[in-house]
Design a binder for this molecule. Sequence first.
Ligand code: 13P
Length: 257
Amino acid sequence: MRKPIMAGNWKMNKTAHEGVELVREMMDDLTPIASVERVFCPTFLAVPDVSRAVEGTDLGVGAQNLYFEASGAYTGEVSPEMVREFCDYVIIGHSERREYFGETDKGVNRKIKAALDVGLTPIVCVGETRELREQGKTESWVRDQVVAALDGLTAEQVASLIMAYEPIWAIGTGLAATPADAEEVCGGVVRATIAELYDRATADAVRIQYGGSVSPANAYEIMSQPNVDGGLVGGASLKASDFVTIVRETARAKGLS
Ligand code: 13P
């Protein structure tokens, strides 16, 4: 059985000081829910302090990005090894990075390989815009993103990473995908594509998160879907009680509490 994983993507929110406060607020409630993998993804500058704050617990820390080169003259960038010093996970190819910072499928693929090379677990984001959905192109778009992201990876590497289906129209809008839509894309597109590219066992091993307006109110229904193995949570991960409730609901939805 795949262990559910709930990650909070803090995006460009919380100073290092505020991030540690937030973690401290949640820690006692989150530590007992060991059936769900729980991960905080703060900004780079908050990562070291947050990682120290969770030391001695099984709470994980992830970065929101990295650069694929190992070192050198890349002003403003952070290398895989630098991320690895403090993190176990890294979000790659978030739609905000694709939209505002020009990230391409090719770059995303290079970043995934670089992350795997240093032992980080990539959380690879894919998802369609509202226009694409309305044009009935969700399946082909997401499929193409998955194919491009995984290009050249071994089955073993793919089995170890995490995919996140984040429909762009659902991010930060309060309009989450319906549980059925989340299931359809996570299972019928992302997992199905991996089965087609690799094999059934690899596809069954990959954990696939849903992201986009996950909240305490909708977490149970969405996380109850068999092909949804957790969530990538933005806004609601910035509020301690909301994130704790979402993690609890996930454990309940998977019959683990
Ligand atoms: P929201 O939960 O705020 O919609 O953000 C989702 C997201 O983009 C997580 O990466």
